[in-house]
Design a protein around this ligand. Structure first.
Ligand code: PEP
Ligand code: MG
Length: 570
């Protein structure tokens, strides 16, 4: 068994098809008529644009506008006057052939992006190489691999899939995707999820283990791959696949049903989103609102900050789409593991303990926080927006944000601009400090949302991204559980709403405990909502009290996990 990163859920079983772009041989040649060569380049550029536009249009229709954005990005790259100008200058001044001029300029940019290290820049590098190859193929008259023509039951195995290759995939024929490169958030992973094709990425060396026609089995949830398994294992995965598909189908019956326990306790099952377009998935899976809009995604993948106007449009779009249902929008949470190059953040010695989230925003009120809060307040006139502050550790931080919100409200009043005067302002409870003074916070803030991803990290003193210490990272650790229970109790005693938007909110083993503790709102990846609803309707919170008491009595994480695993499987 090979282990990579699960990038799109489900079980894929089929015949391996190795998809390899032929290496193009690009030689430097000297041209005698640079002006004619520039014309040749311009011709290829135009054809490349047309090809990309056609692919984008097709993908937009078949999959969605959001997915087509990736290719629209390529069109923007192809029409970048600087890039085009540099290629033409090389042809003109160096008498270079067009193929080589493209090679040297695009490779220079791709290498520069790749060396910057973060995932976003890696993606830019992939995009740059993708457009380079497209233009060179047009010049050389080389046809692209026709992914659209693969036979039914194919599992694509590739070094990496460029967005334009992935765009051609027909989900009727492709049952799985395995790549050596990429990450969960690379464009091909995003596309695989949109197409609902199981995918495992970042599986280095897999191309040496597999050849065309091998039986390939992948589990896109676990991130595992098997090549030519024996019949018994194959049958096991076929059952797993059938169960996965059956569950997915069965869960559709929970669309439109209320999220109420057997004893009549109503909870809200809502979605986590990163971009306005993600709202489609929340609606598709019948989410009762948005419990976390991670606004930092609006700031990523670009060279400058989104303006107040751009942000206003994004927030308004979500509020309008949710049509009165609650939309909790979190103010900018950058720093830590989330970098935004143009923000001018220096590398912190201890990024997770450093200059991030509300600390950064309060320090950059004028250029960062004010425009965001103004955009949020303006958008609040169009729906049920609530504002949430991340990484709060002390009451002073909350008070400062609240004062700023009131200042902006007065400003909007003077300007005659509409906003919701009763807008709720809540906090993420995700630090040990906030948890310990949850009773104090609960008297002052409008709502809580427990961020278990960070709460676990800060409670256990364990970097959430560090593999070497990940054995300590569990929400089922008795310390973390006590913290969660206490936060919920403090909120209930003060009569404020308490939700959870960390990954634990959708963990089937955690859900019975959260119901027993009295959590009001569960915010999760939209595709997890229906399974959570099914579970909620099966429980009686009175019966769950004893389960929770028992779970809280254990001294170790393993005991809690074993007990809860057994409980949900019984
Ligand atoms: C969390 O910390 O649990 C959370 C939801 O926020 P993020 O994962 O964006 O830090
Ligand atoms: Mg967090």
């Amino acid at each position: 068994m090979y282990k990579g990163t699960g990038a799109s859920a489900g079980i894929g079983i089929g015949r391996a098809v190795i998809v390899e772009e032929k290496e193009l041989v690009i030689k430097r040649e000297t041209v005698t008529d640079p002006a004619a060569e520039i014309q040749r380049f311009k011709g290829a550029l135009e054809v490349s644009m047309k090809q990309t536009e056609a692919l984008a249009e097709d993908l937009g229709k078949r999959v969605g506008e959001k997915e087509a954005e990736i290719l629209k990005g390529h069109i923007m790259l192809l029409s970048d006057p600087m890039l085009v100008g540099e290629i033409e200058t090389n042809i003109q001044n160096e008498c270079m052939n067009a193929e080589y001029a493209i090679e040297s300029v695009c490779t220079m940019y791709a290498d520069m992006f790749a060396s910057m290290g973060d995932e976003l820049m890696q993606q830019r590098a992939t995009d740059m190489r993708d457009i380079k190859t497209r233009m060179q193929k047009v010049l050389l008259g080389v046809a692209s691999v026709d992914i659209a023509a693969l036979p039914a039951g194919s599992v694509i195995v590739a070094k990496d899939l460029t967005p334009s290759m992935t765009a051609g995939i027909n989900p009727a024929n492709v049952t799985g995707i395995i790549t050596e490169l990429g990450g969960r958030t690379s464009h091909s992973a995003i596309l695989a999820r949109a197409l609902e094709i199981p995918a495992v990425v970042a599986l280095g060396g897999i191309l040496e283990q597999v050849k065309d026609g091998d039986m390939a089995v992948l589990d896109g949830t676990e991130g595992t791959v098997l090549i030519n398994p024996d019949d018994a294992v194959l049958a096991e995965y076929q059952n797993k696949r059938d169960a996965f598909l059956k569950e997915k189908k069965d869960l559709e019956q929970y669309i439109g049903k209320p999220s109420v326990t057997k004893d009549g306790v109503s909870v809200e099952l809502v979605g986590n989103i990163g971009k306005p377009e993600d709202v489609d998935k929340v609606l598709q899976y019948d989410g009762e609102g948005v419990g976390l809009f991670r606004t930092e995604f609006l700031f990523m993948d670009r060279d400058s900050m989104p303006t107040e106007e751009e942000q206003f449009e994004a927030y308004r779009k979500v509020a309008v789409a949710l049509d009165g249902k609650p939309v909790i929008i979190r103010t900018l949470d950058i720093g830590g593991d989330k970098e935004i190059p143009y923000m001018g953040l220096e590398k912190d010695e201890n990024p997770f303990l450093g200059y991030r989230a509300v600390r950064f925003c309060l320090d950059r009120k004028d250029d960062v926080y004010r425009p965001q809060l103004r955009a949020l307040l303006r958008a609040s006139a169009y729906g049920n927006i609530k504002i949430m502050v991340p990484l709060v550790t002390c009451i002073e931080e909350y008070r400062q944000v609240k004062a700023l919100v009131h200042e902006i409200m007065a400003e909007l009043d003077r300007e005659g601009i509409a906003y919701n005067k009763n807008i709720q302002l809540g906090i993420m409870v995700e630090t040990a400090a906030a948890s310990l003074i949850a009773d104090i916070f609960a008297k002052e803030v409008d709502f809580f949302s427990i961020g278990t991803n960070d709460l676990t990290q800060y409670t256990m003193s364990v970097d959430r991204g560090n593999d070497k210490v990940s054995y300590l990272y569990s929400t089922f650790n008795p310390a973390v559980l006590r913290s969660i229970k206490r936060i919920i109790t403090c909120a209930r005693e003060a009569g404020i709403m308490v939700g959870m938007c960390g990954e634990a909110a959708s963990d089937p083993m955690m859900l019975p405990l959260l119901l027993a503790f009295g959590l009001n709102e569960f915010s999760m990846s939209p595709s997890a909502i229906l399974r959570a609803r099914k579970m909620v309707t099966q429980y009686d919170t009175r019966e769950l009290q004893a389960v929770a008491d028992k779970a809280m009595s254990f001294a170790t994480t393993a005991e809690v996990e074993n007990y809860m695993r057994e409980f949900i499987n019984q």
